[in-house]
Design a protein around this ligand. Structure first.
Ligand code: BES
Ligand code: MN
Length: 452
């Protein structure tokens, strides 16, 4: 039976309290796929997701292809109806600086209409948006569904390609919905049509065989930390643009992102300038960026007066759509080796990478999404945006299923602070995202009529 917008809305709203409770249950499981964190917790997180999916889908399996556990749930399509794949990830980033969190990272807490906790937005709310949409229809779904929730997205989805190949037949779909991006603003939904790729790497510098007295040797002898800092400083030119040759640079569609708004959303301090040149959206979505994420060095409170022999930095390179992670890594590696200060030994090793992508926003799936989002946001049409972040799944999926339409949606907003302390979900926008996804399933079913 076809449901009206009002019926779908009522069903989604009736289920929201349960959805919220289950979201909190997921946030309490700190499943981090990074090396050095407990993989059993990621497994428990997959179990919890599987249990939720068993409540709405007849077939649910926990799967693995050499990496962390993912969950696949399925309900076959009614005759003639399309199949929609719903993607999210259940792993989260490490909590980072615990002293900067106002409440415990893995204890969901509501303040002023937002739910705080690691993963509250990225991407446990994405999982729950899928569950909410499915609960709204119960056994009477207008489309076939495959839910795919992976467990290592935040660590580069290393076994994803193997998983997709192994379960290819189970994952085949006409439309895929990736609920792992951001909306444009509170009250303004978005569809994401481009994402940057990523190359994370370690830079090791060695100048000495062993640590020596900083007074006895300092002056003539370069310590590894100073050397590493000089080396890292070569990655940008004086204007702050990336100085590495051989990376792809493009430009974004003309969407205005006012500098003042961007500065405020970033939390940039007064007087600190933005770096690089060109429009914000170009710099953010279509040009490369390089950042230093961490340095292994003696902690300052216990650093002896000694010259450090070795130092390591972790750098993150965001690459533009059209670039390739392998050649980008080579370009950065060659740059760093060529710029080794003072003959220091420099070694660059890849941690993980993910490809960028561009998504064609024409066709019935996009029309369905625009209609569903506008209805859920009281008439406000979705904006097409790029994202400076990465979702490696998309390029892999595009390669394997070139005919599927891809919709990148999301539950984040500019103040979600994903990956940082005090990550949070705007509960009002989350309710809209749940409704939008339920309406989307109905719209896709309607628009596929007659297309087989
Ligand atoms: N949800 C993010 C992608 C994203 C970033 C959406 C910014 C909206 C705004 C995703 O979970 C993510 O963070 N991905 C990682 C991928 C990487 C580890 C391969 C990222 O971009 O750091
Ligand atoms: Mn995410």
């Amino acid at each position: 039976m076809r449901r009206s917008v009002a019926q779908v809305r009522a069903a989604v709203e009736a289920n929201l309290p349960g959805v919220r409770a289950d979201l909190e249950r997921l946030i309490r499981i700190p499943g981090i796929a990074f090396a050095g964190f407990d993989a059993d917790v990621v497994r428990r997180s997959a179990d919890a997701v599987a249990e939720l999916l068993r409540g709405v889908l007849p077939e649910v399996r926990i799967v693995q292809a050499g990496g962390h556990h993912a969950v696949i749930g399925r309900r076959p399509a009614p005759p003639g109806a399309p199949t929609v794949l719903l993607y999210a990830h259940h792993d989260v980033q490490p909590p980072g600086d615990r002293s900067a969190w106002l409440t415990e990272p893995f204890e969901p807490t509501e303040r002023e209409g937002r739910l705080y906790g690691r993963g509250a937005a990225d991407d446990k709310a994405g999982i729950m948006a899928h569950v909410a949409a499915l609960r709204a229809f119960g056994d009477d779904l207008p489309v076939g569904v495959v839910v795919f929730v992976e467990g290592e997205e935040e660590f580069g989805s290393e076994s994803l390609e193997a998983l997709l190949r192994q379960y290819r037949d189970d994952l085949t779909a006409d439309v895929i919905v990736i609920a792992d991006s951001s909306n444009w603003d509170i009250g303004v939904p978005a569809l994401t049509t481009s994402l940057r790729g990523i190359v994370n790497a370690f830079v090791d510098v060695q100048t000495l065989d062993h640590a020596v007295h900083s007074g006895g040797y300092g002056g003539p002898v370069p310590d590894a930390l100073t050397t590493l800092c000089r080396l890292l400083a070569t990655l940008h030119d004086d204007a702050g643009d990336v100085a590495v040759e051989g990376l792809v640079r493009g430009s974004a569609a003309p969407l205005d992102y006012p500098v003042q708004r961007f500065r405020a959303e970033a939390g940039l301090l007064d007087g600190v300038s933005l770096i690089g040149t060109g429009r914000i959206v170009d710099r953010l979505w279509m040009k490369p960026a390089i950042s230093v994420l961490g340095i292994d060095a003696p902690p300052t409170h216990e650093a002896p007066n000694a010259l450090v022999p070795t130092a390591r930095a972790k750098i993150s390179v965001r690459i533009a759509p059209g670039d390739d992670p392998k050649s980008a890594f080579q370009a950065v590696q060659a740059h760093l080796e060529r710029h080794a200060p003072w003959g220091a030994r420099v070694q660059v090793t890849r941690e993980h990478d993910g490809a960028p992508c561009v998504i064609d926003s024409t066709g019935p799936a996009f029309d369905a999404a625009r209609a569903a989002f506008a209805a859920a946001w009281d008439g406000t049409e979705p904006v097409e945006i790029g994202i400076g972040g990465s979702i490696p799944f998309i390029a892999t999926f595009q390669e394997l299923f070139p005919d599927a339409a891809i919709l990148v949606t999301g539950v984040e907003d500019p103040d979600s602070r994903a990956h940082g302390p005090n990550e949070s979900l705007h509960l009002g926008e989350f309710a809209r995202a749940c409704l939008a996804e339920a309406l989307l399933l109905q719209e896709v079913a309607d628009r596929w009529g007659g297309r087989g």
